[in-house]
Design a protein around this ligand. Structure first.
Ligand SMILES: Nc1nc2c(c(=O)[nH]1)N=C([C@H](O)[C@H](O)COP(=O)(O)OP(=O)(O)OP(=O)(O)O)CN2
Ligand SMILES: [Zn+2]
Length: 136
């Protein structure tokens, strides 16, 4: 099994409307995101030979999402929720990226140096890519 991970960062503001502490006030984070693709089969020929997926393709897809909804936005507005927690953001990113990255299995979101949330849907627990040709 191969796990391919790609990370990116973005700056954004948010507020947790119903939080019982300071997080209900508008504030910002330098978010760190890591996405994970999983599979057993590598490409056997062409420009992606011996790759699960080209990092450049993953990067392009993440960059589009970042520019359109995440970087320097108010996440309550762009993600259309009153509580954009790390959990919510991780699941949202997963659902946005999955159609373009079929091997995507998990997304991690970190708001601060000491906090991280991973989202992985149960449906991917036994995910094995079968579309690439041979080589495990
Ligand atoms: N399960 C979650 N809990 C909290 C989330 C979240 O997304 N998921 N988010 C927040 C706030 O957004 C807050 O900005 C981050 O909280 P916290 O770690 O408490 O921030 P601090 O850097 O101030 O950490 P301290 O350890 O208190 O210094 C809250 N909870
Ligand atoms: Zn916060």
């Amino acid at each position: 099994m191969f796990w391919l991970e790609k990370s990116f960062t973005f700056e954004a503001m948010h507020y947790l409307t119903f939080h019982d502490g300071k997080c209900r006030r508008p504030h910002g984070h330098s978010y760190q995101v890591t996405i994970r693709l999983s599979g057993t089969k590598l490409e056997t020929q062409g420009p992606k030979k011996n790759m699960l997926t080209d990092f450049s393709c993953v990067s392009r897809v993440c960059q589009n999402l970042k520019e359109k909804y995440l970087d320097h936005y108010c996440l309550n507005e762009t993600l259309q929720t009153d509580s954009p927690t790390s959990e919510f953001i991780a699941k949202w990113i997963y659902e946005q990226l999955k159609p373009q990255l079929p091997l995507l299995t998990a997304v991690m979101v970190s708001e601060t140096q000491s906090t991280r949330v991973w989202y992985q849907p149960e449906t991917t627990f036994n995910n094995h890519n079968t579309h690439n040709s041979s080589q495990e």
